[in-house]
Design a protein around this ligand. Structure first.
Ligand SMILES: N[C@@H](CCC(=O)N[C@@H](CS)C(=O)NCC(=O)O)C(=O)O
Length: 212
């Protein structure tokens, strides 16, 4: 499977982490989110949304949206529960991650630690802070009484939420007051096959760099 991703991105990291657990071999094509490649014609043809990550499956078909990719890869594995309600609960966390966690924590991290111009985003960072704190509070409350987000074993809900929660400090959020989250992060890290987030390798060069 080919992955177009930026190694600094938590959304892209989700795919690398699950693939490692599932022993899926990856060809990682490093695309710098700041390079403008995601707005070029070649990229829009594989993902009209213009966002990383995108995977190219063995069939040659493309699939975007990190959590949709997780659902696709996890089928028939222990990371996707067999029971219908448990499946819906995993989706509940995946949708929550995209609507109530990622827009606050991942976006703040991008502005603060990746954009290279954090001062430019001072107002936006302050604006997103209450939403990020609410997301962390929600996670902390749930994890205070649950080992994993859904059921008794880890699922792709844990992978999706781990991706940006474990780098919340890079978004300006100290997890010291969140002991349940910190214990859960440690549990996720202890699962055999865990893969830490990497630093980006050299950028991949598309065969044709058309801009339309
Ligand atoms: N909902 C999408 C979000 C993807 C996303 O925001 N990707 C960012 C990197 S984390 C990106 O490609 N940014 C480049 C751009 O917006 O041009 C997902 O979960 O995959």
């Amino acid at each position: 499977m080919i992955v177009y991703g930026d190694a600094r991105s938590g959304n892209c990291y989700k795919i690398a982490l699950l693939a490692n657990h599932l022993d899926i071999a990856l060809e990682w094509r490093e695309i710098d989110v700041l390079s403008g490649q995601t707005r070029q014609g070649w990229f829009r043809r594989i993902n009209p949304y213009g966002k990383l990550p995108v995977v190219e499956l063995n069939t040659g078909e493309h699939l975007a949206e990190s959590n949709a990719i997780l659902v696709h890869l996890a089928q028939d594995s222990a990371w996707w529960p067999a029971q219908r309600l448990a499946q819906a609960r995993v989706l509940q966390w995946l949708f929550w991650e995209q609507y109530s966690h990622e827009p606050y924590i991942a976006t703040s991290r991008f502005w603060l630690s990746i954009s290279g111009e954090p001062d430019r985003y001072r107002v936006q960072l302050a604006d997103r802070r209450p939403g990020a704190l609410a997301a962390l509070d929600c996670l902390e409350t749930h994890l205070a009484t649950h080992h994993w987000l859904v059921g008794d074993t880890p699922t792709i809900a844990d992978i999706a939420l781990y991706a940006y929660t474990h780098v919340a400090d890079e978004a300006g959020f100290d997890l010291t007051p969140c002991p349940a989250i910190r214990r859960w992060l440690e549990r996720v890290r202890s699962i055999p096959g865990h893969l830490p987030m990497r630093t980006p390798g050299p950028p991949w060069t598309p065969p044709c760099t058309d801009s339309h």
